[in-house]
Ligand binder design. Structure first.
Ligand code: SF4
Length: 797
């Protein structure tokens, strides 16, 4: 691509899921400057410290600039031929499930699309998973259980409109700073807005909170099932909404009523008065948004946490309305984009489902593929276990560093080291992962590549190149398509540009869809290179009105495009319209004797009189109707393009077979893991100015000024108990490994636990690789690792 050096290029930040707009400029002397894009509807000109320092992280130090085989520089042809022939031979000898791709939320949607197409449609396995599995897989699973689709039903604007924001397991001030700034600004204008923070630690986000509930790790299921019971007992339900638009309320309420207030207080380690304060505030505030992040997702009960939260919003009808809804904020810049194109082992492209034969058939016909994966593939933790035990014999890792970021990282490193054939495509020549690669492929970096990303509010924005690609680095989509070509699948991978891929992705979204699936960017089928270059940020769904393009094959769509039909233009999508709701008849499932909210003492929660029904104990999640089956058409699909927020489910119609949202009956199960040898709980997370394993932010001295070294944050009482002084070097150990860190003694930390940031690797600080300590325990439904609740010990070194 020709770069106009005097031009300011509109692009998107490559770090967190807020997805801020960036204006990047290259001066005549090559100096790059960045500033916030005032016109980007997610950020309106704001950038946080990481985004502001982007220009300091794009030098060529440490870049991988040429393909290498066994450390020897080679040309692209030899490297690509070796990758293609080894994958083909492995598949021929051991079957398609003997190979795997481990990809990344750092990939652009177009890269993800091509990788997923190759693995699921042409290799015929679903062994493609992503580091987004470590980030928000529990939210995906929770959305699909409740809504029948992976849909975040809100927009950032809802946070500004809310009267109450409940932040659960989210240090928004450090991890999604611009979103935090938007809330802080809204609160300044409307001081009556309330914020509740639910987090074991008193993080910087508590500065904005009216109430901080220092909950016990993994106490969230008990907290929110208790809230549902409270709402039921205090006449705080939207009966009309529940009856018209949901199923399973009675079962969910029954399960939620299993614990009384004292038991919830014990499970959450919160006072009964704190619980009642929070419950009554939630019950009384119609415009409530519950924002949740890794403290919810990274848990062995993560999916149940998500559904416990969603249950409360469904019960109060607070979903799909301005200023109301459950809201998952993703960690990575393109975690959502990966979900859209099926970058996870249990999904197909365009939000279609592997388990659904009709979806498989549709995708296979659209791709004109020889096959399509018939069952979900291995999720991240399972995938590396399969590498370890030899089931996976050829592995391609793209744009991620699992030797530092996966749980049980030492075991992951050993597995990769022993794998017969490992390909790594990356920007950097030296990471703890790439040193084990047989083939190293140089990838284009942020600022050099073109494509799209989707942020946490389902907003698709362009990343644009403003730098020439150095050495022989290439875009990830090109590398994957070249390998596909050499494996004999050339015709289907003849994409000439990211615009081509985006167009195909949009066309697949529209293909035989007619608005029947939540992910819909059908209006963009037919997008050509010029329109793609000019793409402005938009939210999905963005379906086109009925047109000749609807229901067409890829070829028909292509022909239509050539004939000048379709494209970004056309009539605006249909806005949602509320359904008319019929009067609610008496329902025996509703709790009798609703209690008043106002006045007098708040009554305690009462145990359910039928809490010991057979089949409802000993399991976290009670049976629900399966996801498979034809997804019902949405009667009032639609949305808007541009700045107007799209509110899903405003009309109460969901993507389940009956169009109703599902309450998920959940009861808390203790997640205690500590023991005599490991008496503390290790919690891992982010700091303000670093990103993932610091391969990019570690280049900026400015970003290291905030927190210059890794640390172990412990409460003064624990420090005293273990004879640890502030700034002492301590050894933090678990059953899986140990690290050496400086102690940071602070009352912000919850007693009985230790917090260690996730970023530092041995490259930056010796023996600080904290994911080597994290057990490979996952949520049974989502497969997401429990990175915030690991039994640990801390001692002075
Ligand atoms: Fe925005 Fe997140 Fe980038 Fe900061 S890191 S500028 S909040 S996208």
């Amino acid at each position: 691509m020709k770069i106009d050096e005097a031009r300011e290029v509109r692009t998107t930040c490559p770090y967190c899921g807020v997805g801020c707009g960036v204006l990047a400029k290259v001066a005549a002397d090559g100096e790059v400057t960045v500033r916030g894009d005032p016109d980007h509807p997610a950020s309106f000109g704001r950038l946080c410290s990481k985004g502001s320092a982007l220009a300091e992280t794009i030098d060529l130090d440490g870049r991988l600039l040429y393909p290498e085989i066994h450390g020897r520089r080679t040309g692209w042809d030899e490297a690509l031929d070796l990758v293609a022939s080894t994958f083909s031979q492995t598949i021929a000898e051991h079957g398609p499930d003997s190979v795997a791709f481990y990809v990344s939320g750092q990939l652009l949607t177009e890269d993800y699309y091509v990788a997923n197409k190759l693995m699921k449609g042409f290799i015929g396995s679903a062994n493609i998973d992503t580091n987004s599995r470590l980030c928000m897989a529990s939210s995906v699973a929770g959305h699909r259980r409740a809504f029948g689709s992976d849909t975040v039903p809100g927009s950032y604007e809802d946070l500004e409109l809310a009267d109450l924001i409940v932040l659960v397991g989210s240090n928004l001030a450090w991890c999604h700073p611009v979103l935090y700034q938007r809330i802080a600004a809204a609160r300044e204008k409307r001081p009556d807005m309330k914020v509740v923070l639910i987090d074991p630690r008193r993080t910087m986000t508590s500065d904005i909170a009216d109430m901080h509930l220092a909950i016990a790790p993994d106490g969230d299921v008990a907290l929110f099932t208790g809230l549902l019971a409270y709402l039921g007992q205090h006449n705080a339900l939207d009966r009309t909404y529940v009856t018209a638009h949901t199923t399973g309320f009675g079962q969910a309420l029954f399960a939620a009523s299993a614990l009384d207030l004292a038991e919830i207080a014990a499970a959450t380690d919160l006072g009964e008065d704190e619980l009642i304060s929070f419950y009554s505030l939630f019950a009384a505030t119609a415009k409530t948004v519950t924002v949740y992040s890794q403290g919810v997702n990274q848990s062995s009960s993560g999916t149940d946490k998500v559904n416990a939260i969603i249950n409360c919003h469904l019960a109060t009808g607070r979903i799909g309305k301005p200023g109301a809804g459950p809201f998952s904020v993703t960690g990575q810049p393109n975690a959502m984009g990966g979900r859209e194109v099926g970058g996870m082992a249990n999904m197909l492209a365009a939000h279609m489902e592997i388990e659904n034969p009709e979806h498989r058939d549709r995708v296979q016909r659209f791709w004109n593929a020889p096959t399509v994966a018939e069952k979900p593939g291995l999720k991240a933790v399972e995938m590396f276990q399969a590498v370890a035990d030899g089931r996976i014999k050829a592995l391609w890792i793209m744009a991620t560093n699992p030797v530092d970021s996966m749980p049980d990282a030492d075991a992951v490193e050993a597995a990769i080291r022993a794998c017969p054939f490992v390909v790594v495509s990356d920007v950097l020549a030296k990471t703890d992962t790439i040193r084990h690669a047989h083939v190293r492929l140089p990838a284009a970096a942020w600022g050099e590549k073109d494509g799209t990303v989707t942020n946490s509010e389902r907003r698709i924005s362009r990343q644009r190149a403003f730098l020439a690609t150095p050495g022989e680095a290439r875009a990830d989509w090109w590398i994957i398509a070249e390998v596909a070509n050499r494996m004999g699948f050339g015709e289907a991978f003849s994409h000439a540009s990211p615009a081509d891929i985006f167009e195909e992705h949009a066309a697949l979204s529209a293909f035989e869809n007619d608005g029947a699936r939540d992910f819909d960017i059908g209006a963009y089928a037919g997008t050509d290179g010029e329109a793609y270059d000019a793409l402005v940020p938009f939210q999905w769904p963005a379906p086109s009105p009925p047109s000749p393009l609807r229901g067409g094959s890829a070829r028909a769509l292509s022909e239509a495009k050539q004939a000048g039909r379709g494209g970004v233009g056309g009539a605006p999508p249909t806005p949602f319209r509320p359904n008319e709701v019929e009067a609610v008849a008496d329902d025996p499932l509703w709790p009798a004797g609703h209690l008043p909210l106002e006045g007098g003492d708040q009554p305690p929660l009462r145990p359910s009189p039928i809490s010991d029904v057979a089949g409802m104990s000993g399991s976290q999640t009670l049976p629900i109707s399966p996801l498979e089956g034809e997804m019902a058409g949405r009667p009032e699909g639609g949305g808007t393009i541009g700045r107007q927020p799209v509110r899903f489910f405003a009309n109460g119609s969901f993507y389940t077979p009956d169009g109703k949202a599902r309450f998920i009956p959940i009861r808390p199960v203790p997640q205690t893991r500590t023991n005599e040898k490991f008496p503390l709980i290790l919690n891992t997370g982010r700091v303000r100015d670093h990103w993932h394993t610091m391969t990019r932010t570690g280049k900026s001295p400015r970003l290291s000024q905030h927190l210059a070294e890794p640390f172990a944050e412990i409460h003064p009482a624990d420090a005293q108990h273990f004879d640890i002084g502030d700034a002492d070097i301590v050894r933090v150990s678990t059953a899986h490994g140990e690290v050496l860190l400086r102690a940071l003694v602070t009352a912000r930390q919850r007693p009985g636990s230790v917090f260690v940031p996730m970023h530092w690797t041995d490259q930056f600080s010796a023996r600080a690789r904290v994911d080597a300590l994290v057990a490979p325990i996952t949520d049974a439904i989502s497969g997401q690792p429990a990175s915030k609740n690991v039994a640990a010990r801390v001692e002075r070194f």
